[in-house]
Design a protein around this ligand. Structure first.
Ligand code: IMP
Ligand code: MG
Length: 184
């Protein structure tokens, strides 16, 4: 293991690096079976998706393209404001394309319900949602993911792309942050 000065802020490990890798490979196999002949476009939601997306597309060895969209629903802190803004739009036309949305966590559902409508309005042939984590207890919008890596309890989690205040994204596993870190 590499040296870390991030671990001191972690209360507990929720999903280990090995568990994540195994699950991402399973998801890749399921996506292969569904999309092998569809030339899908993976659309990653920045920035939280970046590590999951990198591993997921390598676990899904099919003809496909990648795009990223920047969305923000957080002013700051650990709760959704409910208002979603586009901070970076797609760079390609998606008319008639089969879209695989790649998200780090489905929490209130505000971000993904906004994105799903946006992609449909832009003319996607289909929208399939893959989320690494699902926190169903906090849902405000009626939205479900088609593929879920892990269901997590109502705790603030970081690592493997997920941040608190832009930090901890580079931790290799998913952990619960010590509450004193964000209540400071
Ligand atoms: P939603 O719009 O409330 O579903 O939230 C989606 C976004 O909130 C995710 O893409 C994350 O960036 C962020 N988020 C929600 N819960 C957590 C968490 O526990 N840790 C880190 N980020 C989170
Ligand atoms: Mg985030």
């Amino acid at each position: 293991m590499a040296k870390s000065n991030l671990e001191q802020d972690i209360l507990k490990v929720l999903v280990t690096e090995e568990e994540v890798a195994k699950r991402v490979n399973e998801l890749g196999e399921e996506l292969f079976d569904k999309f092998a002949d569809k030339n899908p476009m993976f659309v990653g939601v920045l920035k939280g998706c970046f590590i999951f997306m990198a591993d997921l597309v390598r676990a899904t060895q099919i003809q496909s393209e990648l795009e990223f969209i920047g969305l923000s629903s957080y002013q700051s802190g650990t709760a959704s404001s409910g208002v979603v803004e586009i901070t970076r739009d797609l760079q390609k036309d998606i008319t008639g394309r089969h879209i695989i949305v790649v998200e780090d966590i489905l929490d209130s559902g505000n971000t993904l319900s906004f994105l799903k409508k946006l992609l449909e309005a832009k003319g996607a042939a289909s929208v399939t949602i893959v989320t690494l984590l699902d926190k169903p207890s906090r849902r405000e919008k009626a939205i479900t993911a088609d593929y879920v890596g892990f269901v997590v309890p109502d705790e603030f989690v970081v690592g493997y792309g997920l941040d608190y205040d832009q930090k901890y994204r580079n931790m290799p596993y998913i952990g619960v942050l010590k509450p004193e870190v964000y209540s400071k």
